[in-house]
Design a protein around this ligand. Structure first.
Ligand code: FEO
Length: 170
């Protein structure tokens, strides 16, 4: 039977993953209608990944004899200024998620719930990858600045990353 404090904290983490999916969906929509089809594909794809992160937690809680809960989501901002603005926010959000996972891991250790700690290892590794990917993208966007041709290429690269992800290569 899963520890109650850990179950509550896991449900809270699942809520954050669900919020992430919604946030990236809003960003993808903005990109799609503002001439960045590659960034849109990448973010639609990433929204799906966040949903998968949420689902993994839901199944884990239920399999351990707990019960997954769906919490209310915070209101979402849907206006963005630029691709740089979007990926700045994505990176900041991923850093927030990393902190949240680390705190959750700390709780499992304090509660001596080593099984859940083991389950969270996957998320810890995933966050290293996600932060690194988002930082690389943001660096490229900053590098091209206002150069339209450069931005076009960054968008193409994001499209390629989304396709590669869909093909299971990432
Ligand atoms: Fe589920 Fe992007 O962290």
């Amino acid at each position: 039977m899963i520890n109650k404090n850990v179950e509550t904290a896991l449900n809270e983490q699942a809520r954050k993953e669900e919020f992430s999916a919604r946030l990236y969906l809003a960003m993808a929509i903005w990109c799609e209608v503002n001439g960045y089809p590659g960034a849109a594909s990448f973010l639609y794809d990433h929204a799906d990944e966040e949903r998968m992160h949420q689902m993994k937690i839901i199944h884990y809680i239920n399999e351990r004899g707990g019960m997954a809960a769906l919490y209310e989501l915070a209101a979402l901002k849907t206006e963005f200024n630029s691709l740089e603005d979007i990926f700045t926010q994505v990176l900041a959000h991923e850093e927030f998620i990393t902190n949240s996972i680390n705190e959750l891991y700390g709780l499992t250790m304090a509660e001596k719930d080593y099984t859940t700690g083991n389950f969270l290892q996957w998320y810890i590794t995933e966050q290293v990858e996600e932060e690194s990917t988002m930082r690389t993208i943001l660096d490229k966007i900053k590098l091209v600045g206002k150069d339209k041709a450069g931005m076009f290429h960054v968008d193409k690269e994001l499209e390629a990353m989304a396709q590669s992800n869909a093909a299971g290569n990432v």
